[in-house]
Design a protein around this ligand. Structure first.
Ligand code: IPE
Ligand code: IPE
Ligand code: MG
Length: 249
């Protein structure tokens, strides 16, 4: 069966209401590898195929923004060998996929404290952002060296600097002003937050932005997450009653 014939894809198109923005906490690579007696890095490697799958599935369904949690600020505390393997994988992903992503119209942005990356990884990040800039089919944000609290602190500092420069009155600081200083300022908030591997926590990801996101947690480990799993998550989303604090219509 080709992807285009997927009954889930047909159904979710009939249902309408495609999330504009999907955010994913890609978790479970280490457990996937452990179950196979492989090193954790093999799980990260296998997880790359799932990234490809979800990017294509988002283009197929018309999702406008996909934000992936690839490496957290806290992940810097992992063993050096695992961090080195992850950075190598990042460079490999960029070298292997940048031109294909550009051809598909995917605009890639990397969000986080990128100054902590090695110069080689940093160079790769700059390369994929410039290669794919202007893509219109999908905005793909990859959160790297990212922590939501650090993002909020950075936003507060930037607002304070604008106040000090006389550009902004403290009383003019509102939700929109703070949102405008976040890495995600250019995009609407996520409608749907997916976490794989069954963990019921947000792990310092997009704390401000997920205020009214629908959560979909699946026990599937990230390397086993396919396009069909994404379609299933969208179908789940379509069955939610999003009230935003109001009463149902
Ligand atoms: C997610 O998989 C990838 C990163 C956090 C970099 P993990 O590496 O957290 O895998 P588990 O959770 O240990 O199985
Ligand atoms: C969250 O996963 C970070 C990423 C997916 C990049 P973790 O595996 O680091 O989170 P915890 O430690 O289970 O909360
Ligand atoms: Mg994990």
């Amino acid at each position: 069966m080709t992807a285009a014939e997927s009954p889930r894809l047909v159904q979710l198109r009939l249902n309408g209401a495609i999330p504009r923005h999907i955010a994913i906490i890609m978790d479970g690579n280490g457990r996937w590898a452990g179950e196979r007696g492989l090193p954790r890095s093999a799980g990260h490697q296998a997880g790359m195929a799932s990234v490809r799958e979800v990017v294509e599935a988002c283009i197929q369904t018309g999702v406008a923004v996909l934000t992936l949690f690839a490496f957290s600020q806290e992940n810097w505390q992992r063993p050096a060998a695992e961090i080195t393997a992850l950075m190598a994988l990042l460079e490999e992903y960029i070298a292997g996929e940048a031109s294909e992503l550009r051809d598909k119209g995917v605009a890639v942005r990397m969000l986080g404290d990128l100054d902590r990356l090695t110069p080689a990884a940093r160079g790769a990040v700059d390369r994929i952002e410039s290669t794919t800039a202007g893509g219109r089919a999908l905005a793909l944000n990859v959160c790297l060296s990212y922590g939501s609290r650090a993002e909020l602190v950075r936003a507060a500092r930037r607002l304070a600097e604008r106040v000090r420069a006389g550009e902004l009155e403290p009383g003019a600081i509102d939700e929109a002003a703070l949102t405008a200083e976040l890495y995600t300022a250019a995009w609407p908030d996520p409608d749907l937050l997916i976490r794989t591997s069954g963990e019921m926590r947000v792990s310092n990801f997009l704390l401000w932005q997920v205020a009214y996101a629908e959560f979909h947690v699946t026990p599937v480990l990230w390397p086993d997450f396919t396009r069909e799993e994404l379609f299933a998550a969208i179908l789940d989303f379509q069955n939610r009653d999003r009230r935003f604090g109001r009463v149902s219509t």
